[in-house]
Design a protein around this ligand. Sequence first.
Ligand code: SF4
Length: 498
Amino acid sequence: MMDLLIPDKLHDESRQGEALLLEPISDKNNGRKLYIESYGCAMNFSDSEIVASILLEKGFETTSDYTVADVIFINTCSIRENAETRVRNRLKEFTIAKVKNPGLVVGVLGCMAERLKSKFLEEEKLVDVVVGPDAYRDLPNLIEQVDSGQRAVNVLLSREETYADISPVRLNSNGINAFVSIMRGCDNMCSFCVVPFTRGRERSRDPQSIVKECTDLFNQGYKEVTLLGQNVDSYKWRKPHPALSKGEGSKKSEVEVLSFGEDLGEANEPVVNFANLLEMVAQVSPELRVRFSTSHPKDITDEVLYTIKKHDNICNYIHLPIQSGNSRVLELMNRTYDRDWYIDRIDAIRRIIPGCAISTDVITGFCSETEDEHKDTLSMMDYVHYDFAYMFMYSERPGTLAAKRYADDIPDAVKRQRLKEIVAKQQEHSFLRLQAQVGTTQKVLIEGFSKKSNNDYCGRSDQNAMVVFPVGENYKPGQYVNVFIERSTTATLIGRVV
Ligand code: SF4
């Protein structure tokens, strides 16, 4: 994987393998310690919080030291081969802990568990339990099964599970930004992607539970929420809200949901789409910043763009993966849009939200990609001038449509060369985009000390750029400040509070 200049936390390299630590629930303590570490995207980190919340309720307490744990869970990612290799290597490190404590339960969760299912138990003798992303409620039973001497697997995918009623506990976060899962799974079948196989069909979470979670977070002092989904633009909630049948005494917020619904379908059920949901979350408080990811070029609507424009607290930043700038390659990737469509969406963003930051994902060296087609990706980058990008060489994943249909026929050296060109171009654009902000004043949410010095704070601008500025007595993490930008490096804006 090659990331570049990513002031983005969705796939945060520094968090890979991070252990989750939470306050125990004292009256429920069963004396057993849970160690859980996570890999991959923000969805996985968010899921680990759900897993920990389920087990805390059963009396577990978390530990950040796996050598003292009674249960070790590793929440895995399958998106690239090196992510899986990393997990397998990590499992080897748990062997000694298991020798010392034969009662130790070792479990594999998440996408890799779903992809390999019971094969995992055959391949990794250390592993006792394999659990897919839709089966976390079953974890207490599965642990009991292992305690009774069996190995356990639950990789059933669900059409309904959204864990809507489970409030994830986030005590090891900075208390300022939180991820909120709004949907699960994906119904797109991009030919390179394992997600539809590992995380199942798309389902949206009840908007009331999302608004409640965001409101609770705000009341606890959080200042920014990022709404998460594989394809947030296809968020759709159809079920009629119980407030429909309630008379007097219905809570105001429940009634407000209905006012966003269009009457669609035979049963006149209100439908809450992503634009409606964004608006509902934006209304929690003007002091709560709202971000979201990931958008899909085929689904992002002008209605969403106008909603962003309407609310100051919805950040002007959109992650819109292009993957390839060539229409034939996009068709092979089954992205269901072409170059012209993508350009139309970019034009709409620029027209409706001028100054909006745009980031992207690029896969280079996809099956049969020619040199000219690669150049189309470069020219698309020139057209958009992305603020930042995740850039990858194509890596074939077993079980995907591309693995079944197309030969992975671009030599590694060619893939590397193309990636190099893409990275060089992005570096140039990222620098230009940051340079353009020198001399402006940016509203920044302070997240903490900068990585390099305790004399400086860092935080993000509305457009998601990292901003560094001197610590001052009159402001602290969790507050908004206006920062005049004096200069930029290739990845950071530097300034002073005004
Ligand atoms: S939209 Fe495509 S790339 Fe994204 S998760 Fe779904 S299938 Fe994978």
